[in-house]
Design a protein around this ligand. Structure first.
Ligand code: PBG
Length: 331
C-alpha cells in the first residue's frame, strides 16, 4: 500500500538536524568582508545617521577594529577614506599622507597577515564635485584622464600595504591600467578586485551620507543601468580578461540574477557587495517592528551565497561572524 502523497518533499525538512544536514548554501566568517569608513580629523567615532549601528572611525581607532575583525575570523576589511579637504582632481587619493593611504598602513600593520586589507580605489570621496573621476571641460567624466590618476592611486595604496584594491570607479580600461601600474612599481603581489557589474543604484544613498559625498547629478554615464543583466556579465568578463583577480556584483540583493549569471561564466572568484541601502532597509524595518532582524540578515546573506557569491562585503560582517562562531544558524 502506498501512502499519499507519494512524493514526500517535506521529509528532509522535518527536524533541525535534517535541515542542517541538507542545507545547500551556508556561510563561514571567512566569506565576509567588513567595509570601514575612516574619517580624517575626528577623535571619536561618529555614528552615521542613515546607517544605524555604523560609524565613521578616527584613524587611531583602526587597530581596535582590525583586532575585532581578526577575532571574529572574517576574511578582510575594505577601507574607505573620508578626507577633510577635497579638490577637483582628488589629490588626497594619491598623497601618501592622504587619509585612506594612512589608514591602509595602520590597518596592514595591525592585521599582520591575519586578515586581508582592502582599499576602495575610486575618486568620489576625494573630489569636490563627488564624481568617481576627473571632469573634462564640458563637465563630463573624463575616462582616460581618470585612468592616469587611478594608476597613481593604486601604487600609493600598494605602497601603503594593501593586499587587494577594490576598483569601484567603473572607468573603461581601469583594470588593465592599474595592473600595468602595479606591476611596473614592483607590486605584482597586490590583487585587483573589480567592481565589475556596478549598477547606478538608489541603494547607495546611505553610503553617500557615510562619506559625506558632495555629488550633484548622478553616475549614469559610468555605472550600469539597472535594466541590463547581459551588460553586467559583459563587464565582468572584460574585467577578468583585463586581469582582474576577482569580480564583484553590486548591489547584491536586487541583482541576484546578474550574480548567478556572472558566477556561472566567470573564470575568477565572484563576490557581491551588500550595500548601505540594503543594510539600512533591514535595520529600519526591524526597528519599526516589521521583521525579525536576525533572520532577515541571515536570509539576505544566504540568498547572496545561493546566487553564487563566494565572498560578501557587508556592514554586518563582524556581528554575523560572531553568530556563526557561536554555532547559530542564520536561517
Ligand atoms: C565608490 C563607492 C560607492 C560605494 C562603494 N564604493 C558609492 C558610489 O558609487 O556612489 C557604495 C557602497 C554602499 O552603498 O554601501 N567609492
Amino acid at each position: 500500500m502506498t501512502s499519499f502523497p507519494e512524493r514526500r518533499l517535506r521529509r528532509l525538512r522535518a527536524t533541525p538536524a535534517l535541515r542542517r544536514l541538507v542545507a545547500e548554501s551556508d556561510l563561514a566568517p571567512r566569506h565576509l568582508v567588513l567595509p570601514v569608513f575612516v574619517r580624517e580629523g575626528i577623535d571619536a567615532a561618529q555614528p552615521i545617521a542613515s546607517m544605524p549601528g555604523v560609524s565613521q572611525r578616527p584613524l587611531d581607532a583602526l587597530p581596535a577594529v582590525v583586532e575585532e575583525a581578526a577575532a571574529a575570523g572574517i576574511g578582510g576589511i575594505m577601507l574607505f577614506g573620508v578626507p577633510a579637504r577635497r579638490d577637483a582632481v582628488g589629490s588626497g587619493a594619491t598623497d601618501p599622507e592622504g587619509i585612506l593611504n594612512r589608514a591602509i598602513a595602520v590597518a596592514a600593520e595591525a592585521a599582520a597577515g591575519r586578515l586581508t586589507v582592502q582599499a576602495d580605489l575610486c575618486l568620489d570621496e576625494f573630489t569636490d564635485h563627488g564624481h568617481c573621476g576627473v571632469l573634462a571641460a564640458d563637465g563630463s567624466v573624463d575616462n582616460d584622464a581618470t585612468l592616469e590618476i587611478y594608476a597613481r592611486m593604486a601604487v600609493a595604496q600598494a605602497d601603503a600595504g594593501a593586499d587587494i584594491l577594490g576598483l569601484s570607479g567603473m572607468m573603461d580600461g581601469q583594470v588593465a591600467v592599474v595592473r600595468r601600474a602595479l606591476d611596473a612599481a614592483g607590486h605584482a603581489r597586490v590583487a585587483i578586485l573589480a567592481y565589475a557589474a556596478k549598477y547606478a543604484s538608489a541603494f547607495y544613498g546611505p553610503f553617500r551620507d557615510a562619506v559625506e559625498s558632495t555629488l550633484q547629478g548622478d553616475r549614469r554615464t559610468y555605472q550600469l543601468d539597472p535594466a541590463n543583466g547581459r551588460e553586467g556579465l559583459q563587464e565582468a568578463l572584460v574585467d577578468a580578461d583585463e586581469g582582474a583577480d576577482i569580480v564583484m556584483v553590486k548591489p547584491a540583493g536586487p541583482y541576484l540574477d546578474v550574480l548567478a549569471r556572472v558566477a556561472e561564466a566567470s573564470p575568477v572568484p565572484v563576490w557581491a557587495y551588500q550595500v548601505s541601502g540594503e543594510y539600512s532597509l533591514v535595520e529600519h524595518a526591524a526597528a519599526a517592528g516589521l521583521i525579525d532582524r536576525d533572520r532577515a540578515i541571515g536570509e539576505t546573506l544566504v540568498g547572496i551565497r545561493r546566487a553564487g557569491a563566494e565572498t560578501i562585503l557587508t556592514y554586518w560582517a563582524i556581528e554575523v561572524a560572531q553568530r556563526l562562531r557561536a554555532g547559530e544558524s542564520l536561517t
